[in-house]
Design a protein around this ligand. Structure first.
Ligand SMILES: [Zn+2]
Ligand SMILES: [Zn+2]
Length: 252
């Protein structure tokens, strides 16, 4: 199984316009971050997790030729704004894309992208087949387990895909979810910044604490802010926790 990090940035992306965060590139490609999203490939299956605002650019950059399954973590714009760019896959694959997420996320998308659904659906608009992710399911050669986590203001989903655990936008991991990740080999986890603490996201030191507690052999951090300079922060991390960066691929 192969994992490609399509994006590793926090909600504003990195660098940030308007003077709120770091506006300039550092010269290190690992410090430029599209919004957090991932692509998982097995022998039989191509899975995308989240479709953020740069989704079209991410699919072109990574060379994604087909999408069998879409997993959406939650309805915040940095995770769903690129839904429309699934259309070319619909047109080539000639079918809808099964999409698993929460009831809340489905309701929010149907409201915000109303032209894609119902009797007045715009012809040619994106074709996704929503399914509520409430229990583990098998898709081709993948066992997929929804992982409920607490985002501070809402419940969101992580996903376990075989031996990969993918959790973004978490502030707390419930005990029941900790049970579901046992025995995994790789974890992806959100780590926003070194400090200060944040209401809706783990900081990097908090993410390291989670990685230590869950004892998954290696953890890659995503959803990273513009203030994080890859080289500086990487030097402060234990060997089993790494900062991910856009276009990094790993074998699991
Ligand atoms: Zn986010
Ligand atoms: Zn969020």
């Amino acid at each position: 199984m192969k994992l490609t990090f399509l994006g590793t940035g926090t909600s504003m992306g990195v660098p940030v316009a308007g003077g709120f965060g770091r506006e300039k590139n550092t010269g290190d490609y690992r410090d430029e971050r599209y919004r957090t999203s991932a692509w998982v490939e097995t022998d039989k299956t191509s899975i995308v997790i989240d479709t953020g605002p740069e989704f079209r650019l991410q699919t072109l950059r990574a060379g994604i030729r087909k999408i069998d399954l879409l997993l959406l973590t939650h309805e915040h714009t940095d995770h769903i704004a690129g839904l429309d760019d699934l259309r070319p896959y619909n047109y080539v694959q000639k079918k809808s894309i099964p999409t698993y997420t929460t009831e809340e996320c489905i309701a929010s998308i149907k409201k915000r992208f109303s032209y894609m659904f119902g009797p007045d659906k715009t012809p040619g608009s994106v074709d996704i087949d929503f399914k509520t992710a409430s229990k583990p399911f098998i898709f081709n050669d993948c066992k997929i387990t929804p992982l409920p986590v607490d985002h501070g203001v809402m419940n969101v989903l992580g996903f376990r895909i075989n031996d990969l655990v993918y959790i973004t936008d978490a502030k707390r991991i419930p005990d029941e979810t900790k049970e579901l990740v046992k025995g995994a080999k790789v974890m992806v986890l959100n780590g926003l910044q070194w400090a200060p603490k944040h209401k809706t996201h783990f900081t990097i030191p908090e993410a390291v604490d989670v990685a230590n507690e869950l004892q998954i052999p290696i953890t890659y951090l995503v959803h990273i802010s513009s203030y994080v300079i890859h080289k500086e922060i990487s030097a402060k991390l234990p060997a089993h926790v790494k900062l991910a960066y856009d276009q990094l691929t790993i074998q699991i």
